[in-house]
Write a protein that binds this ligand. Structure first.
Ligand code: ASP
Length: 596
């Protein structure tokens, strides 16, 4: 069958410059703007490379004028014409092609466009669900196009980095055994084995460890991960990680690799020089000083312990200390951006309460004295407080007391972050840091047992090996997170490669030997065959692209994301399936209505 002939582009809509004057070209693209001034007809033609102005002059043939008259916004057209310089007064310095225009000789309509659900702007400002329903149109906007191109460049730079080394890019399966890794698995029913299921991987964790047992030594993969989580925050059911694992490494080897990788990628993609090594903070320091295990270090405002709480007359402070808790403060600096009114302090308090604070105590510093809030309990200590905190006139000291250290820190961290944003303290740039020495276990209050803070395959630090069972809460793991501008960008760990130690960890996490054997038997089996010491990490690609693109949701850097209700308005999924499909899988749907 012969192909339909159409005028095929000789260049893109972003390429033409003054030096192309006089050339005969063909452009293909969409009609971005269409202005008909009677004598002159201007068409801005757009493709993903840019926009070029096409002009139908008043001396155009009747046929050309007729074709130009038929075009409408977003029609897909071909234009043949001659590049000419614009008159000086018409040069548009905001357009890369702004020095030239194409004098049309022939216009061909390649396809027409239905009524648009929204205009294609630099950033489409329609409601997000409408943008997602017509995502293919949304992607035509400059903003979306730029972000998808940026994502491509980032992934390309990552691959290029690894291709220079002896890392192997290896694909791992996406139909696997259900091996819980913290979140809920997506299940895929097997047709061939009715009643049995595959799961989609929450990450390639076990496979990459098995690859180390296989001697693959240095592995990476741009891997899709699936987690069946309730829609909350900025989460996607499927997301992309740069998954890495290495044999015969210690923590600092993994950290050094990632520092080198990010230096390379940021230079290549953004021409930004990062520090060769990133700052390191222990988990405890990060929590104590910044109130978060993913601190935004683009601004200061450090949190400190309030040393005037012990024995003071303010009950909330003394009680917190008596119960083994802590009292922490932050100095909110005088600012032109915000006045420390009651209303604003209540807003800060509300931010703290989300993390468990019972209240936010405060006092203002003015002319060497403290006033307002809890100041009456500390009037005799005013000079010492001012000296210790370094608070200046007009500053406000904000204090949180809590019997629970973590809640106290996190609440103060929420206040710190809100101040950072409200007072415009957050600078530009990229503040990377490592958080190390995390606790290995967390207590699950609901289920009444310990569980892994990261995942169950992470190595406890050597000094805690003897006290794992007797004191799980104190155990520090060989875990590390990479934080960028207040986001957790990557997590990783040195892994356990000793079968007995792995079993002890399973037991502490409420996995009996039988249950562990049932779920993770293949890993335990593999560990019988001389596994090498190994470790790895997995930076999140979506988050990295989001931060670099300066947007605040990962949906903006994913071509076809799910919406905030975890469904896709475009193809309307998840969706029901045919009865025959269910029968083939031997599945019956027990809808909530049918349940008694
Ligand atoms: N598999 C881990 C995760 O998805 C990362 C790692 O430990 O390498 O968080």
């Amino acid at each position: 069958m012969s192909e339909e002939a159409f005028l095929q582009r000789t260049t893109t809509c972003g390429a033409l410059r003054a030096c192309d004057e006089g050339k005969s070209v063909v452009l293909n693209g969409w009609v971005h703007r269409d202005r008909n001034h009677g004598a002159l007809h201007f068409i801005n033609l757009r493709d993903r490379y840019g926009i070029t102005q096409v002009v139908v002059d008043d001396d155009a043939s009747a046929e050309l004028q007729e074709a130009a008259g038929r075009i409408k916004l977003e029609y897909c057209i071909a234009v043949k014409g001659i590049v000419r310089r614009r008159p000086d007064s018409m040069i548009n310095p905001d357009m890369a092609t702004g020095e030239v225009e194409v004098k049309a000789e022939h216009i061909e309509i390649l396809s027409q466009c239905a009524v648009l659900p929204f205009m294609i702007e630099d950033e489409n400002n329609a409601k997000e669900d409408l943008r997602l329903k017509y995502r293919y149109l949304d992607l035509r906007s400059k903003g979306m196009t730029d972000r998808i191109v940026m994502r491509h460049k980032i992934i390309k730079a990552i691959r290029e980095y690894f291709y220079k080394t002896d890392f192997l890019e290896i694909e791992t399966p996406t139909l696997i055994r259900s091996t819980p890794e913290g979140a809920r698995d997506f299940l895929v029913p097997s047709r061939i084995y009715p009643g049995k299921f595959f799961a989609l991987p929450q990450s390639p964790q076990l496979y990459k460890q098995l690859l180390m047992v296989s001697g693959m030594d240095k592995y990476f993969q741009i891997a899709r991960c699936y987690r069946d989580e309730d829609p909350r925050g900025d989460r996607q059911l499927e997301f992309t990680q740069l998954d890495i694992e290495m044999s015969y490494v210690k923590r600092d080897d993994v950290l050094a690799l990632i520092e080198d990788l990010f230096n390379d990628v940021f230079k290549k993609v953004l021409d930004v020089d990062l520090p060769k090594t990133f700052m390191r903070l222990s988990y405890n320091d990060a929590m104590n000083r910044y109130g978060s295990d993913k601190p935004d270090l683009r601004f200061g405002l450090e949190i400190k312990d309030f040393p005037f709480a012990e024995g003071c007359a303010f009950n909330a402070f003394t009680e917190a200390l008596e119960k083994g808790g802590c009292v922490k403060y932050i100095v909110a600096p005088k600012s032109e951006k915000k006045e420390y009114t009651r209303k604003y302090i209540t807003e800060l308090e509300d931010a703290a309460k989300v993390y468990g604070a019972k209240g936010l105590a405060w006092m203002k510093v003015q002319e060497g004295a403290v006033s307002g809030g809890v100041s009456k309990f500390f009037a005799d200590k005013a000079a010492d407080i001012i000296k210790e905190t370094g608070a200046q006139d007009g500053d406000v000291i904000l204090i949180i007391a809590h019997e629970n250290w973590k809640k106290c820190c996190n609440s103060m961290g929420a206040v710190r972050n809100k101040l950072g944003a409200d007072l415009c303290l957050i600078g530009d740039g990229y503040a990377f840091c490592w958080i190390i020495d995390f606790p290995l276990f967390e207590y699950n209050e609901e289920e009444g047992h310990w569980e892994a803070a990261h995942h169950m395959f992470s190595m406890p630090q050597a000094e805690y090996i003897d006290t794992l069972e007797s004191n799980p809460g104190d155990v520090k793991g060989d875990l590390y997170d990479l934080v960028l501008n207040g986001y957790e960008l990557a997590s990783g760990s040195i892994r356990i490669h000793d079968i007995e130690l792995q079993k002890r960890i399973f037991r502490i996490c409420n996995f009996s030997d039988e249950k562990a054997q049932e779920r993770f038997g293949f890993l335990l089996d593999a560990f019988r065959f001389s596994p090498p010491p190994h470790g790895g990490i997995a930076p999140g690609i979506d988050r990295l692209c989001m931060i670099i693109s300066k947007v605040n949701t990962i949906r903006e850097v994913i071509a076809f994301p799910k919406n905030t209700a975890a469904m896709s308005p475009m193809d309307d999924c998840p969706a029901e399936v045919e009865d025959i499909q269910l029968r083939e899988l031997c599945l019956k749907i027990d809808t909530p209505e049918q349940k008694d």
